[in-house]
Design a protein around this ligand. Structure first.
Ligand code: SAH
Length: 462
């Protein structure tokens, strides 16, 4: 880090702003969030700043400050609106050895203003050392979504009740109390606008010696989407942030796990094909056990838990244990793969229905009859199909489809290794091998109503 982030008390500190137009006003609005004393140095002020000066909230000095005047300020913004003037005024700040920020000239800055998410007294500051302000704004909007507008009020309430908690509770009980406050019923009440109820809950808990005994924890089955964290739903992200423990599949993108709280436990229950370490029964058992211990559990499944996710088995186990379950759907791999191909799962007038079909079945079940789903005017999206490519080809040929019938494959959609392959039934096996494609991949085969729509030329190449 070339810069060091910290929060500085601004009461009784002076801040100088050189400038009187919109750029100066921007800095002024920012710094006025704090308790600093602000002086604007410029011959003229725009109406907003003039009003602030009139109200006495800021001091206005029509002269350019002397070096000596700047020596006593904590921070100096140079924001005249003219880059050339800014650069020459920078010399003054330098001579005064004052911490300086020059608008839009990172090379001249000693201090950078971060992007701020303001839930006063909770403040998130995002800095990029001036390298990528757009990125900082993107991160800021993510944080804005994650932190409810009233969160600062709850933090302030907690701050007021800290002495009472410290006087009555041992350190461990105190930690449990605050975890519960920010994770449990008080936060939920506060978020829904019931601020007095939140305060009452916390005060009662302090009076009664700590957070109430844990109810059985909640379990949420959450769809992680097919890849990158930004393909998750906001509700899924919220559940991840609330989780004490996360049981996740092998195919879940590591970026998704990053969205969870840092102290949340993460348990890989991936079923690597062939490996027996995590049979479904054991997954069900550990999940239920964690919830019974009062933990907030997330079972994070790739794509949409509703699609080839063994959802019914997990739901039955959870309900069988007398616990409640919430299901948060996700984007299934076929949707993301068809988006990648820029070809709809359905196509008006050509493809009226699409079937999601598995390439593998349970041991002992009969091989899936893929061709029976591929009637005229339909498409199939095959999950877990790479290993069964020869059987799929034979089956579709037996149903009268041609060697030349197009097969589009999208592997690892949403991940860095995402690959698209435009192949045909006849060449599929060899094409998959030479492209080095293994699962996870989706295979699309379409049987559109008109020959023209079936022509590979109509499809968008990768
Ligand atoms: N519930 C998941 C599917 C689980 S079955 C969903 O809704 O997507 C596992 C199969 O899903 C993989 O074998 C593969 O066919 C598909 N799949 C999962 N993630 C994928 C990805 N990122 N790219 C392509 N296919 C994927």
């Amino acid at each position: 880090m070339k810069t060091f982030p910290m929060f500085v008390r601004m009461r009784d500190r002076d801040v100088a702003i050189l400038g009187g137009g919109e750029q100066a006003a921007q800095k002024c609005r920012l710094i006025l969030k704090s308790e600093a004393r602000v002086t604007l140095y410029w011959p003229e002020l725009d109406p907003e700043l003039a009003e602030l000066a009139k109200s006495g909230r800021i001091t206005w000095n029509r002269q350019i400050p002397s070096v000596a005047a700047l020596e006593s300020v904590s921070l100096c913004f140079i924001a005249t609106g003219c880059p050339g003037t800014d650069a020459s005024l920078h010399g003054l700040a330098e001579a005064a050895r004052v911490l300086v920020n020059v608008v839009d000239q990172p090379d001249l800055c000693e201090a950078y203003t971060p992007s701020i998410v303001d839930r006063d007294p909770v403040v998130v500051a995002i800095g990029t050392e001036g390298t990528a302000p757009v990125l900082a704004r993107q991160i800021k909007s993510r944080m804005e979504e994650l932190l409810e507008p009233g969160l600062g009020g709850l933090a302030a309430l907690a701050g007021r009740l800290r002495p009472a908690a410290a006087a009555r509770l041992q350190p461990r009980k105190r930690r449990d109390l605050w975890r519960w406050v920010f994770n449990g019923a008080p936060r939920a009440a506060h978020k829904s606008g019931a601020e007095r109820e939140a305060a009452r809950l916390i005060k009662d808990a302090i009076a009664q010696g700590g957070a109430p005994a844990a109810d059985p924890g909640r379990i949420a089955l959450v769809g992680a989407g097919p890849g990158g964290a930004d393909l998750m739903t906001l509700r899924g992200v919220q559940r991840l942030q609330e989780a004490d423990i996360i049981f996740y599949d092998r195919l879940v993108d590591p970026g998704v796990l990053e969205l969870a709280r840092r102290d949340a436990e993460r348990v890989l229950v991936g079923k690597t094909p062939g490996a027996e370490s995590w049979p479904q029964d054991r997954i069900n058992q550990v999940m239920v056990q964690a919830a019974k211990e009062g933990k907030t559990v997330v079972r994070l499944k790739c794509g949409d838990p509703m699609v080839f996710g063994r959802l019914e088995e997990e739901v039955a186990a959870i309900k069988g244990a007398g616990l409640e379950v919430e299901i948060v759907p996700g984007i299934t791999a076929a949707s993301a793969a068809s988006a990648r191909l820029e070809t709809g799962l359905t196509q008006r007038g050509e493809i009226d229905s699409v079937t999601f079909v598995s390439g593998q079945l349970r041991d002992g079940d009969r091989s899936p009859d893929w061709g029976s789903h591929l009637k005229l005017g339909t498409a199939i999206a095959i999950y877990m199909g790479v290993g069964s490519a020869p059987e799929i080809r034979d089956n579709l040929l037996a149903h009268g489809h041609r060697d030349s019938c197009a097969v589009d494959v999208v592997a690892s959609v949403g991940h860095a290794s995402e690959t698209c392959l435009h192949s045909t039934l006849g060449t599929l096996e060899g094409d998959l091998a030479s492209a080095g494609i293994s699962n996870p991949a989706i295979l699309f085969v379409r049987n559109p109503k008109s020959e023209a729509a079936a022509a590979p030329g109509l499809r968008v190449a990768s």
